[in-house]
Write a protein that binds this ligand. Structure first.
Ligand code: SF4
Length: 364
């Protein structure tokens, strides 16, 4: 009898494991989000958090491909841990935390050690393995304009930076000394391109922490007293991500907590299919690629074809709840607004598990 090994492996890797995990209804740093002035949501989808917290059974299991991204991500992380141990700069990994007030739990990938002023001090490390366009955005940047697309410096992905900001705040200088980290490293390693990867140092700053040049450049975009990510990396100028502060991320979680306590479904952060107007605008802004745009045009600009109509990649391909949340034609399902009340303000026990950040195909 012929053995179909690939099928056996696929089934084994993707099948549900028993027993299923039961977790506390906490929020995760990897799904932090921020709302922009035009209403666009950066980062995670609160609607997906709301389903998870209400124990809605995922309507779409992760594909084999996604499982492999997770496995590769974990393999890359464990290689980094091995190398840090060999080099004598490893301190810890999988460090868990829970913040009762915010209802947030999470886990640091790795903690490294170094010497500062004769003392051993610590920094956090978050490892991301990236491929394709993800490498260009986060590792190499684009030195010259190319096919009508502007040149840009490499910079961490928004959701990765948000996650790191939460860790920095949760392990900040106002914590007891045993919980403190000096700063965070965000490490991007390539899975398909011949380059060495990139390391970012990230810390939180207010306007008061800035020198005059940075204050002149970024101060007008920062709110007094709020904390923003200060990002530095080799060969490029230091930058501050001013579109969201840690306070913004915490306010969003406060909002989600209220939605849950009042049993109101939060708005969907993303759309399964963009409207014609949105598609044209996004093409103009360079947010929809030429190939995808032409495919949609050639097909007669369909309104709801999963293969041809541009929409948010989470709602089309990656979100575990995509069939539960939207109909095939992209209509929001009404029944998805009523999934029951879950109490989040008084969790009975502490759950420390945190989902790996895989929300955008190109990181793991
Ligand atoms: S399908 Fe889209 S809007 Fe709905 S929960 Fe998932 S990401 Fe959010």
């Amino acid at each position: 009898m012929e053995v179909k090994l690939l099928n056996i492996v696929k089934n084994e890797i993707t099948r549900d494991r028993k027993p299923a995990a039961r977790r506390n209804p906490t929020f995760y740093p990897s799904s932090a989000s921020a709302e922009m002035p035009d209403g666009t949501i950066l980062g995670g989808c609160q609607r997906a958090d709301w389903y998870r917290i209400h124990n809605v059974k995922p309507s779409n299991g992760a594909e084999f491909y996604m499982h492999f991204i997770w496995h590769l991500g974990r393999a890359v992380e464990s290689k980094v841990i091995d190398a840090m141990k060999c080099a004598g700069v490893y301190e810890n990994d999988g460090v868990k935390f829970f913040d009762r007030e915010l209802n947030v739990s999470g886990e640091l990938d790795i903690v490294g050690r170094y010497r500062k002023d004769g003392k051993v001090r610590y920094y956090g490390v978050e490892v991301k393995s990236v491929y394709g366009i993800g490498c260009t955005y986060t590792i190499t940047g684009r030195k010259r304009a190319w096919k009508g697309q502007a040149a840009f410096d490499p910079f961490p992905k928004e959701s990765n930076l948000m996650q790191t900001m939460v860790y920095l705040d949760q392990f900040g200088s106002d914590m007891e000394e045993r919980y403190q980290l000096d700063y965070f490293k965000l490490l991007y390693l390539p899975r398909d391109k011949p380059n060495d990867g990139r390391e970012y140092n990230v810390c939180l700053v207010t306007k008061d922490d800035l020198g005059s040049a940075m204050l002149l450049k970024y101060g007008p975009e920062m709110t007094d007293g709020e904390h923003y990510a200060y990002v530095s990396t080799a060969d490029f100028s230091d930058k501050i991500e001013t579109r969201f502060s840690i306070e913004d991320l915490y306010r969003r979680w406060g909002l989600l907590k209220r939605y849950i306590e009042e049993d109101i479904a939060p708005p969907r952060a993303h759309k399964k299919f963009f409207s014609e107007k949105e598609i044209n605008q996004k093409r103009e802004d360079g947010k929809i690629g030429k190939t995808a745009f032409e495919k949609w045009e050639k097909a007669g600009k369909p309104k709801s074809s999963l293969e041809k109509t541009p929409g948010h990649y989470m709602c089309q391909s990656y979100c575990d709840y995509r069939s539960f949340c939207y109909t095939k034609t992209g209509q929001p399902r009404k029944e998805a607004d009523q999934v029951g009340l879950v109490q989040v303000s008084e969790p009975k026990e502490i759950s420390y598990g945190e989902a790996k950040n895989t929300e955008e195909g190109h990181t793991a």
